[in-house]
Design a protein around this ligand. Sequence first.
Ligand SMILES: [Zn+2]
Length: 374
Amino acid sequence: MQQNIIEYFQELVRIDSESRNERAIADKIKADLSSLGFRVEEDKCGEQTGGNAGNIYAFLPGKTELPPILLCAHIDTVRPGNGIQPEVNNGRITSATATILGADDKSGVAEIIYGIKDLISTGYNYPPIEILFTVCEEIGLLGARYFDKSKLKSKIGYAFDSEDIGEFMIGAPSQNTIKVKIFGKEAHAGVEPEKGINAIRIASEAIASIPIGRIDFETTANIGIISGGTATNIVPNLVEVKGEARSHNEAKLAQVTNDIVSAFEKAAARHKLENIEAKVEIDVKNEYKSFYMDESHQVVKVARRALQQLGIEPGFVKGGGGSDANIINAEGVAMIIAGTGMHGYHTVDENILIDDLVAGANTVKEIIKAYTEA
Ligand SMILES: [Zn+2]
């Protein structure tokens, strides 16, 4: 393993690992975890994701009798993520070329591994530690979805996959994806438009009538994709619309989803010919469930104590996105998401401060200690 976390992080980001191509980084990380004393397994989720590697699950037996604590990060990156050349300027690591840096989420991986490595080297009586490094997080949380969560013995866990050091996401919304197909009736638009049913018109009426954007402080909705029609002189018979709704409150999510669905159904019902009706096909899929941990929960208290040790003022916020933590929480492990110091993620301006990498590893270490000493 590399000398220190700064070199280690740069080593990790040099290894290509866009989603579905995590083989090389998985092999590197498995070897490193083994060298720290972890029992390491890789599952076969690549068969389901279409990727060349599985999730890495690793277990370190403890020196004290406690239930294990879970640490989580993902090992895939978004694009453009091949051939990354990290460079250090004024204490900040960036990508030298037009690629992402991959701090999302290799900063999380490096901080977890070096936080634990450091803790072991101090002779500390650490508890059993579980690590889950997932694949294909960036393309729909696929690794976490296919991972056999019954393996997890921890009651609490931390995903290192957010921005500011000291900031924890203690809640995230639930999300529904909504796909609508509207079937009208084709006709020549100039010769006999009265024999047609215009699917674009139906879509327009529905979209104009639905809630969109920020619905309230914890609920959002969006129509993101629309396609349909083939020519200006043809009354279009098919439109496809795709959108989503998110809320931290499951009842509100159900309500806004229902409002969207019924808007399309009502708009279609208004458009019929003598013997032909417009039709809609609507597919609603829940992508992940919401979670929320209040400040009295052990997982939050441990984080607070750890940050106190580091002299960092903690922040506890609700996020707007979905992550592996949504999937893990749904299986009964209370997991919140810690900042790693990454900034500008999913862009070629992605960067991280060296000081933040070090602080992230210290956060890992202090979380394990706070958990042990509670
Ligand atoms: Zn991430």
